[in-house]
Design a binder for this molecule. Sequence first.
Ligand code: A3P
Length: 302
Amino acid sequence: LPRKHQAGLELRLYQGFWLPDNWVAGTVVFQRRFAPRPDDVILASYPKCGTTWLKALAFATMTRDAYPAPAQHPLLRLNPHDCIPFLDEIFADGQEAKLEKLPSPRLMNTHMPYTLLPESVTGAAVAGCKVAYVCRDPKDMVVSLWHFLRRRQPDLPFAELFEHVCDGAVAVGPIWDHVLTYWHASVARPDRVLFLKYEDLLLDTGKHVRRLAEFMGRPFSSAEESAGAVEAVVELCSFEKMKGLEVNKKGSSGAYHAMPRDAFFRKGVAGDWVNHMTPEMATRLDEVVRDKFRGTGLLAAP
Ligand code: A3P
């Protein structure tokens, strides 16, 4: 497989995407052996596009009956990555037996593009297993990724990472192809693939939590709506709340074990790219993305 060394990572081109070298073997096992259950929900994302937030929102939504008193909720004690297993890492580490022991309904997450998910998940014959995807403006993704990688590589130049992103050669890149795999799947099978945008979540979190709940088969009842259950989920998972929790200020998590937990809560806004990119860089990336998305309906999607 073609190889590249970028921003401290050894990458291999596998089925059209640049995977971290140490994920390739695990991805093949994931593709061949993963056994979905009909009520599984897989949370998917390109890195730095809202994974942690989506994990928190989905987990809080699915467990709301078990923890009616918000002060008891595990998300106050556990980082979202410790509540939901990260498939790519589990398979890279040969830990897949852990997945069989999880009670249903299982929530799991992946950074794999839709086309690299197992046939057992994406195949037409499979009943059930759902996938919720979150995307983000690639300009803000680059900025977020740069700050994240700098925790390990303090001297990584922003311009260098930007070039890698534009070349598509960053982990699970190219980002535009990643987004398109899920966009097309969500258009073809809206009951099975939910497509969310980070920026929409910021604008009206409650609206998209309702969509997510409905999609996962756990809609909020009118009694719950009257009791403020949606607002409680939104508040519990808000950036300020999560960033302020002691658990998220120190240590590292089972998933993404190489990174400190506080690296997942930086600024939590849209548009921070203006503080890092020249207008020329922004235009260049926007044009690449616009070209790739043209004619797909994604740019016009609400
Ligand atoms: P920034 O670096 O722009 O602040 P991921 O979870 O996919 O690694 O993405 C991390 C990005 O999501 C970071 O963006 C982080 O601050 C932001 N984020 C994490 N938790 C969030 C939350 N509860 N609400 C909004 N944004 C959040």
